[in-house]
Design a protein around this ligand. Structure first.
Ligand code: G6P
Length: 366
């Protein structure tokens, strides 16, 4: 195993650092956005649907939540995202004109497979999966598929599978937009350029590791943490909190920053680190006032701020500077430092990073 790990201490760290390669392989050498990227029948299916139902578990569910923002804004199609184990057991109102999208690293998660079958039984025959294992049951069971090329993921806490799912889901948003005549050649060229540049943009973020390690030393002494994001980055806050709890066993929760005043502000004291995702998007000013709400109550802010946000460090506010804002693909960049923060915090605490207690890599029984 030592040879396989190379310079890394754990598979999780190795897999975090593989992300430029994993994303690049997943995007292959896509030269244009076409529905056929998802299968031969994709054009007809994409034309015939008028809503989307995304089903997944765990980290894959958070990829689905991110995709909702993309699909609704880029393709203009209404999206519902559900946790597979909830969907399969509740009464829902099926719409045969739905595209059912499952997201799964392993392609063998029992709840996600059962949710897919449940949807089909309700009459929804248009199925697509974003999956990392081409030979899995999930891929066999769906009419359309996009195979992510993360490669084998060994660490129980998902990292490179997540970013490659996001890449696949962004392509799906563009392909759906294209079929609906919502993607001009100029927009297509702009998106393709941003996608091609992603691996090097991810590498630039990975270079922040030493700064994040310094934060991890402080996090390791805490028992609680709050993660804040807004819009597209709210699911990234959820994923950041999940990573921290899974491997460092620190209780963490994520909130959309605008919801702070409806509860979590009551938890804020100088003992509560508040990790804030601060992209330079249209919600920046709103986010800054949310940060002020935390600061005024003595909360300790740890902010991942895009270069041009004019957020600076000071008393009770620590800042790690991210590169320039990366537009709609920004979630792929902002998730990386949160993976590193969870990873290094767990290392300081001495937990079993690649095999956290009570968790399994894929949950093939209910
Ligand atoms: C387990 C893993 C998670 C993963 C989830 C869903 O809980 O520990 O990392 O996100 O299963 O797995 P899937 O293979 O369906 O993406």
């Amino acid at each position: 195993a030592a040879a396989e790990l190379g310079p890394y201490r754990h598979y999780m760290q190795k897999e975090i650092f593989e992300q430029p390669r994993a994303v690049s392989d997943t995007l292959q050498d896509i030269e244009s956005i076409t529905p056929e990227l998802f299968g031969d029948e994709a054009f007809g299916i994409f034309k015939s649907i008028d809503r989307i139902l995304i089903l997944a578990c765990g980290t894959s569910y958070y990829a689905g939540l991110t995709a909702r923002y993309w699909i609704e804004s880029i393709a203009g199609i209404p999206v519902n995202v559900e946790i597979a184990s909830e969907y399969r057991y509740r009464d829902s109102v099926p719409d045969p004109r739905s595209l059912v999208v499952t997201i799964s690293q392993s392609g063998e998660t029992a709840d996600t497979l059962a949710a897919l079958k449940h949807a089909r039984k309700l009459g929804m025959e248009n199925t697509l999966t974003i999956c990392n294992v081409a030979t899995s049951d999930m891929v066999r069971e769906c009419r359309l598929a996009y195979i992510t090329r993360a490669g084998a993921e060994i660490g129980v806490a998902s990292t490179k599978a997540f970013t490659t799912q996001l890449a696949g889901l962004f392509l799906l948003s563009l392909a759906l937009a294209d079929v609906r005549g919502r993607l001009t050649p100029e927009q297509e060229a702009k998106h393709l350029k941003a996608l091609r540049h992603l691996p090097s943009a991810i590498s630039a973020v990975l270079a922040l590791e030493p700064q994040i390690m310094a934060w991890a030393d402080r996090f390791a002494t805490k028992e609680n943490a709050l993660f804040l994001g807004r819009g597209l980055h709210y699911p990234i806050a959820l994923e950041g909190a999940l990573k921290l709890k899974e491997i460092s066993y620190i209780h963490a929760e994520a909130y959309p920053a605008g919801e702070l005043k409806h509860g979590p502000l009551a938890l804020v004291t100088e003992h509560m680190p508040v990790v804030t995702i601060a992209p330079n998007d249209e919600l920046l000013e709103k986010l800054k006032s949310n940060m002020q709400e935390v600061h005024a109550r003595g909360g300790e802010l740890y902010v991942f701020a895009d270069a041009d946000t004019r957020i600076s460090g000071g008393d009770g506010i620590h800042v790690i500077r991210m590169p320039e804002h990366y537009g709609r693909l920004s979630p792929l960049l902002h998730t990386i430092p949160l993976q590193l923060l969870a990873y290094h915090t767990a290392c300081v605490r001495g937990t079993d990073v690649d095999k956290p207690r009570n968790l399994a890599k894929s949950v093939t029984v209910e």
